[in-house]
Design a protein around this ligand. Structure first.
Ligand code: PEP
Length: 249
């Protein structure tokens, strides 16, 4: 179901105590943005406590990653079922930092997608091109290939549960945001590409923009017909900024 969504990717930030405080503040102020689904994605270590804090609120909980395997001798990994046990219902997958620093490939991500669905976690699946790929005019081709090698393998039912995040790598944490026209152009392209495989179901999927989104640029980005919200990094760590972004629709 296509929804307006603002999701906060806290990355490797906040102590558990600060994370609980931030979640409490988001939950408290979430009543002001009832038309928008708010999601917070703290580090693994915070999920249980943050989940307890969010109980009774409309704010949903997400992990930032999950293991490719179900259980067993995988030191340092966290299974999707363990994430679901904390009360989380979403999991970010395919973030460019995971692709770049931890070598995640489409093969890895297909396993992670399967793990998420087996544990009833909805993926927030990230795609996006690097700067040189945009400068050489290959951005559509790159994003299409990322989708074809992963999301295209989903069943219709799995696809219905999925959120897509378009995050141009050159805009993540750099202060450089895609122009609203660039975001709309790519979001429309993503929807059209998904329609080639999933037909009219692509109309119902939420496609979020991510990359230096902040209270000053969110309105222009979110006013585009194919931009259904944002995946927010830096600005999600400040409750007022995060909520101001959610009020930008
Ligand atoms: C992100 O990492 O998902 C992101 C969008 O980061 P930032 O908002 O800080 O660019």
């Amino acid at each position: 179901m296509r929804k307006k969504i603002v999701a906060g990717n806290w990355k490797m930030n906040t102590s558990v105590t600060k994370g609980i405080e931030l979640a409490a503040a988001v939950a408290d102020k979430s009543k002001e943005t009832a038309n928008v689904l708010l999601i917070v994605a703290p580090p693994f270590t915070h999920l249980t406590k943050v989940g307890e804090q969010l109980k009774g609120s409309a704010v949903a909980l997400s992990a930032q990653n999950c293991a490719t395997e179900t259980s067993g001798a995988y030191t340092g990994e966290v299974a999707a079922s363990m994430i679901a046990d904390t009360g989380a219902t979403y999991c970010i997958l395919g973030h460019s930092e995971r692709r770049e620093y931890y070598g995640e490939t489409s093969e890895t991500l297909n396993k992670k997608l399967a793990q998420c669905f087996a544990s009833k976690l909805s993926p927030i699946f990230c795609v996006g091109e690097k700067l040189d790929e945009r400068e050489s005019n290959r951005h559509f081709e790159i994003v299409k290939a990322q989708l074809q090698s992963t999301v295209f393998n989903l069943s219709d039912e799995e696809f219905d549960q999925t959120i897509i995040a378009y995050e141009p790598v050159w805009a993540i944490g750099t202060g450089k945001t895609a122009m609203p026209e660039q975001a709309q152009e790519m979001h429309a392209f993503i929807r059209k590409t998904l329609a080639e495989k999933f037909g009219t179901k692509a109309d119902n999927i939420s496609i979020l923009y991510g990359g230096s989104c902040n209270p000053s640029n969110a309105k222009a980005l979110f006013s585009n017909p194919d931009v259904d919200g944002g995946l927010i990094g830096g600005a999600s760590l400040k409750v007022d900024d995060f909520l101001a972004i959610a009020k930008s629709f």
